[in-house]
Design a binder for this molecule. Structure first.
Ligand SMILES: NC(=O)c1ccc[n+]([C@@H]2O[C@H](COP(=O)([O-])OP(=O)(O)OC[C@H]3O[C@@H](n4cnc5c(N)ncnc54)[C@H](OP(=O)(O)O)[C@@H]3O)[C@@H](O)[C@H]2O)c1
Length: 237
């Protein structure tokens, strides 16, 4: 066990949107945070170390993990939040779309999580949480997006698989599956259309997703859970 008492979370996609607020949320829980994205700026807060890099590149995972251990001495939590969403009819997707979406959503999850796990085990356990999408379990004819389902569906299955693989070794593995959330991902002129996709008739807020992640962080008996935070989307239409 490390002599460092403060827990440490890595948050990907942390420059804006859900990721930026996750950094604040983990700080309020008392964690130090390593925040990463391609363009993230240095933080004013001593408890936040920022590392720039493309999460699809395995070298970024190595640099992020090394920086966390060097600066803070341990890793307890990995939040796989970096992700992109490209919605198109199936046959309109290009090879570049496929490479970009699988690179960020899947390779980004795989390399960082794999590199971090030995450090979680060294603490006697930890938490891995990924942000997926409600479209995995509830595809919608109005939003054709098979690359979201292919990649985030893979993350949901991997969440359950890793939860079982590490259940007796103290690592919990969970996912939050959002509906459509008001972030820079969605231009304001699309909000009315997007709101109508939800049974509750509105989009979600960033705080809805951050609260769900922080609930999972502090729920020691919850592992292998896909927590839908989607205004009823996964219940039906
Ligand atoms: N907003 C929604 O409606 C919604 C719904 C369902 C699921 N989600 C999921 O929630 C997560 C966060 O979404 P968001 O809405 O907050 O997204 P966002 O506002 O578009 O932010 C995406 C973040 O990912 C980073 N990023 C993008 N490409 C990257 C790359 N190649 N390498 C490293 N970082 C990269 C961006 O930073 P840089 O540009 O600095 O790299 C940014 O910090 C994503 O996984 C998304 O799929 C969102």
């Amino acid at each position: 066990m490390s002599t460092q008492q403060q827990k440490v979370a890595i948050v990907t996609g942390a420059s804006q949107g859900i990721g930026a607020t996750l950094v604040e949320g983990y700080r309020k829980l008392g964690f130090a945070v390593v925040a990463t994205s391609r363009t993230i700026a240095p933080a004013d807060d001593d408890g936040v170390l920022t590392v720039q890099g493309d999460i699809a590149d395995p070298a970024t995972a190595e640099r992020v993990v090394a920086a966390a251990v060097e600066r803070f001495g341990r890793i307890d939590t990995v939040v796989n939040n970096a992700g992109i969403f490209v919605a198109k009819p199936f046959t309109d997707y290009t090879a570049a779309d496929y490479a970009a979406v699988t690179g960020i959503n899947v390779a980004g999850f795989f390399h960082l999580t794999q590199q971090a796990v030995p450090h979680l085990l060294a603490q006697g356990g930890g938490h891995i949480v990924s942000i997926t999408t409600s479209l995995v379990d509830s595809p919608d004819a109005r939003v054709p997006s098979v690359l979201a389902s292919l990649t985030k569906g893979g993350l949901q299955s991997a969440t359950k698989s890793l939860a079982i693989e590490y259940a007796t070794r103290g690592i919990r593995v969970n996912a939050v599956s959002p509906g459509t959330i008001k972030t820079p991902m969605h231009a304001a002129e699309t909000h009315e259309f997007l709101a109508a996709l939800h049974p509750v008739g509105r989009m979600g807020e960033v705080s809805d997703i951050v609260d769900a992640v922080l609930f999972l962080e502090t729920a020691p008996f919850v592992t292998g859970e896909i927590l839908h935070v989607d205004g009823g989307m996964s219940a039906g239409h």
